[in-house]
Design a protein around this ligand. Structure first.
Ligand code: S3P
Length: 415
């Protein structure tokens, strides 16, 4: 599997502000992570992108003012994580992105950063990119995250590295914790505990310096998810995906597939660079409908498009709720899934915060749109694998955002 996208972003960003040189192997050379590299280079960081990636850290206070607009392109992670860093730098920066990213909400990050004393402005009353950021001194906050977003949490932790005092963040629903794990491995004093109300609290002391870390990026479970679903819904399949990250904050997709009756086993479970990794084997399964809601949603957020495909061919009904975040991803994934799965013959109803999918459909090939959204394109490709007749997609190149080798891997799997 290609390297994990979330961990690849963090390996570049955190090593850029660490002390020392870091070698990152199995880095995901997807368009999103290349945007992060370009932004860090624009702030003076030397990054060699060869067989493995080498990042020459400039230390916490070594970044330079970018001469031009930083371009996060399609990448929400690049923009939101860099907002946290830029808010604390002694210089001015503007960050923007493509049409999709410029429509996505940034006020969720701007507001708490302002509470820390940051100076950020954006389009549409400080809610949308481009963003103009004049960095400066920050103070720590104690903040309850109003949305379950690892991008927001990570932005505030990165700002907290530079703030005076201890930053405390409270999460109602736990989100991916790759930033916390990597910061800890770099020597930062970061700890987590459960509050009396059962909420997860994260505290961070600003470090004097971070130590760079060499790491091998695990395979991306959200890329593996396409093949897990493809194998489960295919009548005659068995696949083993090796070296996939199975961090418990990400394994909602495995829990959902197991609840649907998928024949799924984990082998060679191990810890690599502070992240759990395993080989996953899956075979043809008789899937049944399930409910995806509550804490399961942030743990499977990127995998819901392909899980919706599994639900369309499973027996029984699947209800997805508490997932309004899907409306503000690379596309409005609730609307786009309802529409495109409907074209393929699935019975799908839109909810404000999710979908009801009446399973048991025999999918028929159709002309589909990916809405410029990589995860929608790949989910529809999996649907096309089991649909009768030909499925076409309007934009096959969009998969490069997170999975440049997707079509080649599809050929290998489909053989
Ligand atoms: C990501 C967090 C998620 C996810 C995105 C990557 C990250 O976004 O959808 O693909 O690397 O932190 P939110 O945290 O905004 O839900």
């Amino acid at each position: 599997m290609p390297g994990d996208k979330s961990i690849s972003h963090r390996a570049v960003i955190l090593n850029s502000i660490a002390t020392g040189k870091a070698r990152v192997s199995h880095f995901l050379a997807g368009a999103d992570c290349l945007s992060t590299i370009a932004c860090m280079r624009a702030m003076g960081v030397t990054i060699h992108n060869g067989h493995s990636l080498v990042v020459e850290g400039r230390g916490l206070h070594g970044l330079l003012e970018p001469e031009t607009v930083l371009d996060a392109e399609n990448s929400g992670t690049t923009m939101r994580l860099l907002m946290g860093i830029l808010a604390a730098q002694p210089f001015f920066a503007v960050i923007s992105g493509d049409g999709s990213l410029r429509r996505r909400p940034m006020d969720r990050v701007i507001q708490p950063l302002r509470l820390m004393g940051a100076n950020l402005h954006g389009r549409q009353s400080d809610t949308r990119p481009p963003l103009a950021i004049t960095g400066g001194d920050l103070r720590a906050i104690h903040y309850t995250l109003p949305v379950a977003s690892a991008q927001l949490k990570s932005a505030l932790l990165l700002a907290g590295l530079y703030a005076s005092g201890q930053t405390t963040l409270v999460e109602a629903s736990p989100t991916r914790d790759h930033t916390e794990r990597m910061l800890r491995s770099m020597g930062a004093n970061i700890s987590t505990y459960e509050s009396e109300k059962g909420q997860l609290c994260i505290t961070l002391e600003p470090p004097i310096a971070l130590n760079s870390v060499d790491l091998e990026v695990p395979g991306d479970l959200s890329s593996a998810a396409y093949w897990l679903v493809a194998a489960a819904i295919h009548p005659n399949a068995r696949l083993t995906l090796e070296g996939v990250g199975v961090n418990p904050t990400r394994t909602g997709v495995l829990d959902v597939l197991r609840a649907m009756g998928a024949k799924l086993t984990l082998g060679r479970e191990r810890l690599e660079g502070g992240e759990p990794v395993a080989d996953i084997t899956i075979e043809s399964s008789q899937l049944k409908g399930t409910d995806i809601e509550g804490a399961l949603v942030p743990r499977s957020i990127d995998d819901i498009p392909v899980l919706a495909v599994a639900a369309a061919v499973a027996s029984g009904t699947t209800t997805i709720r508490d997932a309004s975040e899907l409306r503000v991803k690379e596309s409005d994934r609730i609307a786009s899934l309802a529409r495109e799965l409907g074209k393929l013959g699935a019975r799908v109803e839109e909810l404000p915060d999710g979908l009801v999918i009446y399973g048991g459909a025999t999918l028929k090939g159709a002309d589909c749109s990916s809405y410029g959204d990589h995860r929608l394109a790949m989910a529809l490709a999996v649907a096309g694998l089991v649909a009768r007749g030909t499925t076409t997609l309007d934009d096959e190149a969009v998969v490069a955002v997170s999975y440049p080798g997707f079509w080649q891997d599809l050929e290998r799997v489909a053989a």
